[in-house]
Write a protein that binds this ligand. Structure first.
Ligand SMILES: Nc1ncnc2c1ncn2[C@@H]1O[C@H](COP(=O)(O)OP(=O)(O)OP(=O)(O)O)[C@@H](O)[C@H]1O
Ligand SMILES: [Mg+2]
Length: 501
């Protein structure tokens, strides 16, 4: 059959089904990618994106598949060895690099597998790693331990490792989730370069703007089922969000004119050399204050000092009118603060523990029964409550947290902190890796909490997120708060112009 000659396709899948514990993670899905194409796989948290990637890379075997074809060759099943031999590579959601090894060792890792330490050709390995980095147009210190690198640089190392294999089909599972705008732009340039070289790229991202910018086609999946395959030309973010979630999501400014409650948190002249200078910040009960700025502006550093993780050199802080000078993060939490950190996936979860334990860990004392033991009923209520409110997609609460999709793990971290009912809640990039539908859900809860009297500091890289969800937006640059904006009278465009000027 003429239609079966498929030199133009890197990958074709038809009728793929994958079941976990009775739940269909993928239900009869078709998917194809052409050579040199950037193809986006889009859908809500837990819809099956990572599962599909794991099938093509041989991590999982599907229950059924009508067709599996790689570079024109029909296969019964794919094993990891086969996938690698055929030039299929993945950059995993969590990168899967080795922090203690050098840049060169990470890039050339696959070459080293199975060799004795003495058998490794270090000089040759470095030359090849350097060549791959040059192809990407990036310079990195090959001897530096990976852990000394910024997350964006680690991302590049992961891509370089993929290319070492002569990859012809690369899956990128949320490669931009932890990147800032300028780092994302650079990554997208690399993706374009690879695509121009004929490498097929499957790109997964919850940031719909970049999906539409980089991909030529998008496959939308909902609840494990194929919604459809669409050209990105002419597609809008609203339409793509609708395809993913099944309903239209509308952003609007929520800041309302209302009397602000009493002051919850106040900082005056807070300074920590090289990080932030002379910070005056007041947050009232019921208020969501947005804090935007470029990377390096000092926002996370400020949050760390408020949380007692670092100490200010000068200036003062007050909590509900009393002097506040936390000695440690424990101390800050004991005094009524909560912090959803930027790097919560590493810091926020105990991967081997159950979903329920992870969600309950910060509030164990509220779950005690009369005898001083954890009440299973109270714990169940807590978990089912949050699962419903945040739309967390889980099997059973007692399953390990590692069985959840990446975005659903994020939601568990959020639930864990929200359950502490703090006075001041600091959210640092709370929607990284979270799908569009769930973002709306998270901000609905943030607003509910504010309405209950919490003071909230929302740190975000996305100006729209601050503008639509905060009552006031502060702009931080080079360690100082340089402007305050009212979302009701400032437009997103004005705000973005000020920040990226
Ligand atoms: N090893 C596993 N054991 C049990 N269930 C699993 C396992 N891996 C995935 N699942 C389930 O399969 C479904 C699809 O998960 P998957 O990781 O593919 O989602 P995803 O689309 O990548 O989501 P995200 O955007 O959050 O990363 C989810 O319901 C998830 O909980
Ligand atoms: Mg995933």
């Amino acid at each position: 059959m003429a239609g079966d000659v498929n030199e133009g396709y890197a990958l074709r899948l038809k009728g793929v089904t994958k079941v976990f514990g009775g739940i269909k993670a993928l239900d009869n899905v078709d998917f194809d990618v052409r050579a040199g194409e950037v193809h986006c796989l889009a859908g809500e948290n837990g819809c099956g994106k990572s599962t599909l990637i794991k099938i093509v890379t041989g991590v999982y075997r599907p229950e059924t598949a009508d067709l599996i074809e790689l570079f024109g060759e029909k296969l019964e099943a794919i094993t990891p060895v086969m996938a690698r031999a055929k030039g299929v590579s993945v950059i995993w959601q969590d990168l899967a690099l080795f922090p203690n090894m050098s840049v060169a060792e990470n890039i050339a890792f696959d070459e080293m597998v199975g060799l004795r330490p003495k058998g490794v050709d270090h000089a040759g390995m470095k030359t090849r790693a350097a060549a791959v980095l040059a192809r990407l147009g990036v310079t990195l210190d090959l001897n530096a331990p990976l852990e000394s690198l910024l997350i964006a640089q680690r991302q590049v190392v992961a891509i370089a490792r993929a290319l070492m294999n002569d990859a012809r089909l690369i899956f990128m599972d949320e490669p931009t989730a932890s990147l800032t705008q300028s780092e994302t732009d650079r990554l997208l340039d690399i993706v374009r370069k690879l695509s121009a070289d004929g490498v097929a790229i499957v790109f997964v991202s919850h940031r719909l703007a970049e999906v539409l910018e980089i991909a030529s086609r998008v496959t939308a999946v909902r609840d494990g089922r194929l919604v459809g395959v669409y050209p990105t030309k002419g597609m809008t973010q609203a339409r793509l969000g609708e395809l993913m979630t099944g309903h239209l999501l509308e952003d609007k400014v929520v800041a309302a004119s209302k009397d602000s409650g009493p002051i919850v948190f106040q900082a005056s002249g807070l300074t920590r050399p090289k990080q932030f200078t002379d910070i005056d910040l007041t947050i009232h009960a019921g208020e969501v204050v947005g804090l935007v700025g470029l990377i390096g502006a000092g926002r996370t550093e400020l949050a760390h000092t408020i949380m007692g993780m670092t100490q200010a050199a000068s200036g003062t802080m007050q909590l509900q009118g009393k002097p506040y000078r936390p000695a440690s993060i424990r101390d800050a939490i004991a005094q009524g603060l909560a912090y959803v950190s930027e790097d919560r996936l590493q810091l926020g979860l105990l991967q081997k523990q159950s979903i329920a334990d992870n969600a309950a860990i910060a509030v164990l004392d509220t779950l005690l029964d009369g005898t001083g033991l954890i009440s299973p009923a109270k714990k169940d209520d807590l978990i089912t409550g949050w699962v419903k409110k945040l739309g967390i997609k889980i099997g059973k609460p007692e399953n390990a947290i590692s069985t959840l999709s990446g975005g659903n793990q994020q939601k568990v971290v959020l639930a864990k902190w929200l359950a502490t009912q703090p006075k001041l809640l600091i959210l640092d990039s709370p929607t990284v890796g979270v799908d569009v539908g769930a973002r709306a859900g998270i901000f609905r809860i943030v607003r509910e909490l504010a309405d209950q009297g919490l003071a909230i500091l929302l740190i975000t890289d996305e100006v729209t997120e601050a503008m639509f969800n905060a009552d006031r937006v502060l702009h931080m640059a080079q360690g100082r708060i340089i402007a305050a904006h009212d979302p009701r009278t400032t437009s997103v465009a004005q705000m973005e112009a000020a920040i990226y000027a």
